[in-house]
Design a protein around this ligand. Structure first.
Ligand code: TYM
Length: 335
């Protein structure tokens, strides 16, 4: 197998934010000119923690709307929700029997999400990274655009693929998928705390910019974003130990397309952040305004989004089914 295939997914839990967009979704659109792409709304991953059913449906449509608004073409590529393709759960079971408990015990995301009360976490939350490996391998995907927080899960997917290939003696059966992270936006941090990742689950809405925020809210959040009392740095070395400032410069760089040095030179030595923040807010609003407007236009026509997901689901099943049949043959299941 030499062709490349891109697969990625986003959980329909809560609002999509700037980190999801810059770390992943923007890249989804960028890759479609050069690759065959499959983008999934991973609703089966979402239920590893309790979801209100109506909210889950709404969030699933919203994530699909975000893919479309970001420019993913659902005709030449595939947009679907995971639960429409039974192969994800079926392959996950087979891979549960390949992955080792020791490997899963090292997953930091499980430790973070389960917290102190690990005994009360769902079995699904624990097995989550194996389902993620199944998502990717079910399509023999070669490249996976994600933020840096998914690196460990991607390495696990490679280990599982390698062990399956070795165990079954089918050396090149699953390609070892490669992670694609955007250079300046692989890890966008909270606007309130430069040591914490921007996250859907942060209790403070001020910590993130949501894709559904209006222009005033975006501007206000950037104005209030935490910085420090020193002037803006003179050069890149001046960003050391200033995680909040570094984060804002990274966001500026990712949105404006300028490199960090150029941005630093533009504001060097200014003794407060107000000019920088005003410009950043303007750039963010002009970037997100059209996306937000398109998302809300799409959300007024849910029937259309559902049709996109159904059509994508059928096309995803057509790719997945023969792969799963081959997996079952390699395992020795009678069909
Ligand atoms: P999820 O839903 O948490 O996040 C979706 C995507 O957004 C990226 N991301 C970030 N990037 C930069 N800075 C941030 N602060 C930030 N926060 C989130 C994530 O890295 C991700 O790319 N397990 C995955 C979903 C998944 C998946 C898959 C991804 C399930 N199966 C198969 C790829 C392939 C997750 O929870 O993403």
């Amino acid at each position: 197998m030499t062709a490349t295939r891109v697969f990625s997914g986003v959980q329909p839990t809560g609002n999509l934010h700037l980190g999801n967009y810059l770390g992943a979704v923007r890249n989804f659109a960028a890759l479609q000119d050069s690759h065959e792409c499959i983008y999934c709304v991973v609703d089966m991953h979402a239920i590893t923690v309790w979801q209100d059913p109506a909210a889950l449906k709404q969030a699933t449509l919203e994530v699909a709307a975000a893919y479309l608004a970001a420019g993913v073409d659902p005709e030449n590529h595939i947009i679907f929700n995971q639960s429409q393709v039974p192969g994800h759960a079926e392959l996950a079971w087979a891979l549960n029997c390949v992955a080792r408990i020791g490997w899963i015990n090292r997953m930091t995301q499980f430790k973070d999400k389960a917290g102190k009360n690990r005994e009360k976490a769902s079995v699904g939350l624990y097995a989550y990274p194996v389902l993620q490996a199944a998502d990717i391998l079910l399509y023999k995907a070669t490249h996976v655009p994600v933020g840096e927080d998914q690196k460990q899960h991607l390495e696990l997917a490679r280990d599982i693929a390698q062990k399956f290939n070795n165990d079954t003696g089918a050396q090149d059966f699953f390609p070892l998928p490669e992670i694609l992270t955007p250079p300046e936006a692989a890890r966008i941090m909270s606007l309130r705390d430069g040591s914490a990742k921007m996250s859907k689950s942060d209790p403070s809405d001020q910590s993130r910019i949501n894709l559904t925020d209006d222009a005033d809210t975006i501007a206000k959040k950037i104005r209030k974003a935490r910085t420090d009392s020193d002037p803006l740095p003179e050069n890149k070395d001046g960003l050391e130990n200033r995680p909040e400032v570094k984060n804002l410069i990274n966001i500026y760089s990712a949105l404006a397309g300028d490199d960090a040095e150029t941005i630093i030179a533009r504001y060097a030595g200014q003794d407060n952040f107000s000019g920088f923040k005003t410009d950043l807010a303007e750039i963010a609003v002009s970037h997100f305004g059209p996306i937000t407007a398109e998302m809300s236009r799409l959300m007024d026509d849910k029937v259309h989004i559902e049709a996109v997901l159904r059509d994508g689901g059928a096309r995803a099943r057509a790719i997945a089914e023969p792969v799963l049949r081959d997996v079952y043959d390699l395992i020795g299941f009678v069909r």
